[in-house]
Design a protein around this ligand. Structure first.
Ligand SMILES: [Zn+2]
Length: 224
């Protein structure tokens, strides 16, 4: 008896995040899976949407500037410049501003290293927030006193990790719920859904500055 032919459903139920499989891709063809005014979703994407303190990418979809990229569950909704009407199934090319994204990736990972070193130096220290922009990153800690004295030590160790050109592994810890982590063997394994470089050497060099961010709050600013 011949088995019944199964219909293959091509359209996934959510946006496949190619920026995780390959964070170095700058262009990708994708199919539009939904259209609502100038908000569209795609079957796959390289265009990162703001989350975990890392800013959204900038770039174009089908040649139209992306005004906003917003994570919604496992989907990413892109608001594009109005002008062109799209239909579900249309093929478009996604193109991201690579210079900007690469700076974001390097700064993001520099911040990851600094944060881990801070956790090792001050076990239990509370992170109040973090922001990664393309030209600088910052992490705020709950801390009574000044981090001025230990900053050069943190900077020195961070730069050792960078100049040692250490391999960074990134993978899923839970595919179904899209949970990701990065790992440096013998250093740390950290949950994070951002885009990560493959080798710490890519960062080049890091410079840390202390900023006061209010009473009992210390800010470390990270520059490349
Ligand atoms: Zn990360």
């Amino acid at each position: 008896m011949e088995p019944e032919k199964m219909e293959i459903i091509e359209k996934p139920q959510f946006t496949r995040k190619v920026f995780w499989d390959n964070p170095y891709l700058t262009e990708l063809k994708a199919k539009i899976t939904s259209v609502e005014d100038n908000n569209i979703t795609l079957n796959q994407t390289i265009f990162y949407a703001f989350s975990g303190g890392q800013e959204s990418d900038e770039g174009t979809i089908g040649g139209n500037h992306v005004l906003q990229a917003k994570k919604e569950g496992k989907n990413i909704i892109y608001t594009i410049e109005s002008g062109k009407c799209y239909n579900v199934g249309d093929e478009v090319t996604i193109s991201i501003d690579w210079a900007r994204r690469y700076e974001l990736m390097k700064l993001h990972f520099a911040a990851e290293i600094v944060l881990e070193l801070m956790y090792k130096k001050f076990p239990g220290i509370e992170k109040l927030g973090a922001h990664i922009a393309f030209n600088k990153a910052r992490i705020d800690f709950k801390y009574d006193g000044s981090l001025a004295d230990i900053l050069s030590e943190i900077e020195k160790v961070a730069n050792e990790i960078i100049s040692n050109k250490v391999v960074v592994k990134s993978d899923f810890s839970d595919i179904e719920n899209e949970r990701r982590y990065w790992e440096i063997t013998g250093f740390a394994q950290v949950p994070c859904g951002g885009t990560h470089i493959k080798n710490t050497g890519e960062i080049g060099r890091v410079e840390l500055k202390r900023k006061t961010a209010g009473k009992g709050k210390e800010r470390i600013e990270i520059n490349l």
